[in-house]
Design a protein around this ligand. Sequence first.
Ligand code: SF4
Length: 335
Amino acid sequence: MVRGLERYEAINHGEAIAKFQIAKRIPAEKAEKFEEKLEIHDKLKKELKSKLNEDFSFLKEKPAEYSFLHLKRDILYEMLRNCNFCERRCEVNRYEKKGFCKCGVFSHFSSEFLHMGEEPELIPSHTIFFNRCTFACVFCQNYDIVYSDDLLADAKDLAYIVDKRYRQGSRNLNLVGGNPDQHAHTIVEILLNVNSNVPIVWNSNMYHSVELANVIEDIVDVWLGDFKYGNNKCALRYSKVPRYLEVVQRNFLRAKENGELLIRHLVMPSHLECCTEKIVDWVAENLGRDVRFNLMFQYYPTFKAYEYPEIARRLSVEEMKQAYAIASKKLTNLV
Ligand code: SF4
């Protein structure tokens, strides 16, 4: 049993129910106005919380004709008219225009497969790599995915594939990219058509808005969140992201209250003091020393990283040792 991921593992063992499957079985009232939808939504959040420990037999109940999950989908499609899915808050109407992430109303993905290279507790992980991102990291290791639109994401087709991958042994549905946030509406639409009791892993940069968190936290079982930077200056320089620290710290705290956490930190060359150390200190103090934490050493310079001499190299062995010493001194549940 992995500490901090007990509910996730219980879902894997057929002893607990993935949140979205619970949301599908909570009937919702239909409403015309956006504000009314939000009011109903906020009442149903409490009901979902009270059902998190329902007996597994709850899954035998038929999904509601119009459920909490349908309501979430409808709210997200309305939010697209003035997009505030992430803290860029472009406020564009995505039915007509594109914001920073260059996503309209349709979502695209690059590939999906059973990923065997994730953390041991996740594999085999059914990973869907969505296109586009809300960040613009100069060292992006997935830039081929991020700056193109590959395959149109058809909700019914992808749901069929999610169920098929579950039968093939997937332990979770791992939504990534790029980043999943800008595709939240499509993801909920997919889940409306998924039958498997598969836990949902939101593999994200943790830069989503409070408004998006309010909707998706009831369907996310595990927040697989990147903690990239320990200060705003590095975030702005390498990912072109304003107010990084306040946003991700707020989101990690909220995620801890509303799901289980697995944090990833990609150690970067020359960034041990300003980033790794600061992140580890904050995490230990605010999320707990025993939070599941993956210290990653696979940084390599790619994309535009060569324009930034301090990150235009791999980590040295000494940096890896130092990073491990920093993390293991404060954190007790390293991957
Ligand atoms: S998801 Fe974020 S980056 Fe994309 S349009 Fe919406 S607010 Fe802008």
